[in-house]
Design a protein around this ligand. Structure first.
Ligand SMILES: NC(=O)c1ccc[n+]([C@@H]2O[C@H](COP(=O)([O-])OP(=O)(O)OC[C@H]3O[C@@H](n4cnc5c(N)ncnc54)[C@H](OP(=O)(O)O)[C@@H]3O)[C@@H](O)[C@H]2O)c1
Length: 291
């Protein structure tokens, strides 16, 4: 039995689909408010709970052989990115789980002081490595599926909002390729007890993205480039009445202010370990949105 947290998220729901296509038994950890009917129709066992509650995690882990941690944090990095994963790892040990796959983030080890999600993910990586469990830690760059709403808006209006330096490099990963890597991590020997950077096959400048959309939708891009200090202004105001949201914006700012790309060697290594060719952002967006 596979336990998948974040089963209704961008990565998690693709992971559940793949596992069910392979007729593997899956327990999908969802909230009562989550949109989980698709997972149910695909034959996943639905476990309703909240990752902020230890008892729910304990129950969900009973009798599972593999755990895939793919949940997000709703800007509460301490209880979800950190505590829920520590509890999942403890329960994995208690239930003699055979393999734990953890979705971290590219740059988790760069020591970004102002980004609680990055700090939580690094602490969880270290805890998992020291746990004695078999593990695979995946550090993805930005997900291609995040860009689908922007691509749809571009298709309608030609507008593209870019915050920060347009020359920053990024290795956007196809969310479908990432899901395949997640699922294969429990069986592929080269993925065992590894930390792997996960990005797409090309290093893009952020300003390349509207150009890609322009090619797909045959529309001239109207680029709106907002400087980073717009975010800093917003953070200052938010801090006056919501410190948690202010901290969440710290992670967002870190994502916008820095480069997140994989080297050619890292990508070649990934394609060798998992034995398939990664798709480009352009191919991904065309598959979802081009007529
Ligand atoms: N998006 C990216 O570009 C990116 C890049 C690198 C790494 N990552 C990491 O990849 C992981 C998955 O990202 P994603 O973009 O696929 O996530 P997502 O689409 O934002 O989905 C988050 C998932 O977590 C669930 N969740 C949130 N709080 C919960 C709680 N208290 N109890 C139970 N479930 C809860 C959500 O359930 P509901 O459906 O109920 O909301 C949803 O299924 C995250 O750890 C993220 O940090 C993402």
């Amino acid at each position: 039995m596979f336990l998948v947290t974040g089963a209704t998220g961008d990565i998690g729901r693709r992971v559940v689909r793949l596992l069910r296509q392979q007729e593997k038994p899956v327990r999908a950890f969802v909230r009562l408010t989550s949109r989980y009917s698709e997972l149910e129709h695909r034959g996943a066992d639905i476990f309703i709970g909240d990752l902020q509650r230890e008892q729910d995690i304990q129950k969900a882990c009973q009798g599972v052989k593999y755990i895939i941690s793919a949940h997000g944090s709703d800007s509460d990095a301490l209880s979800l990115d950190y505590r829920a994963n520590i509890e999942l790892i403890d329960q994995a040990k208690a239930n003699a789980v055979e393999h734990f796959v953890y979705i971290s983030v590219l740059g988790a080890d760069r020591g970004y002081e102002d980004a609680p999600v990055f700090k939580a993910k690094r602490a969880v990586e270290l805890y998992l490595q020291a746990s004695g469990l078999n593990y695979t830690i995946l550090r993805p760059a930005g997900l291609a599926s995040n860009l689908l709403p922007l691509a749809e808006r571009f298709r309608e209006t030609g507008l593209y909002l870019l915050i920060g330096d347009p020359k920053n490099r990024t290795s956007i990963i196809s969310t479908d390729d990432l899901a395949k890597i997640v699922v294969d991590s429990v069986t592929v020997p080269g993925a065992r007890n590894q930390i792997l950077s996960v990005g797409g096959p090309e290093i893009l400048l952020r300003k390349d993205i509207p150009q890609i959309f322009s090619r797909i939708f045959n529309k001239e891009p109207v680029l709106i480039n907002s400087p980073l200090f717009a975010i800093d202004g917003l953070r200052g105001v938010l801090g006056l009445f919501n410190s948690q949201a202010q901290a969440g914006l710290g992670t967002f700012r870190t994502l916008l202010a820095n480069e997140f790309f994989c080297t050619k060697e890292e990508i070649a290594n990934l394609e060798r370990i998992f034995n398939f060719q990664l798709e480009t952002l352009e191919t991904f967006v065309r598959r979802y949105l081009a007529d």
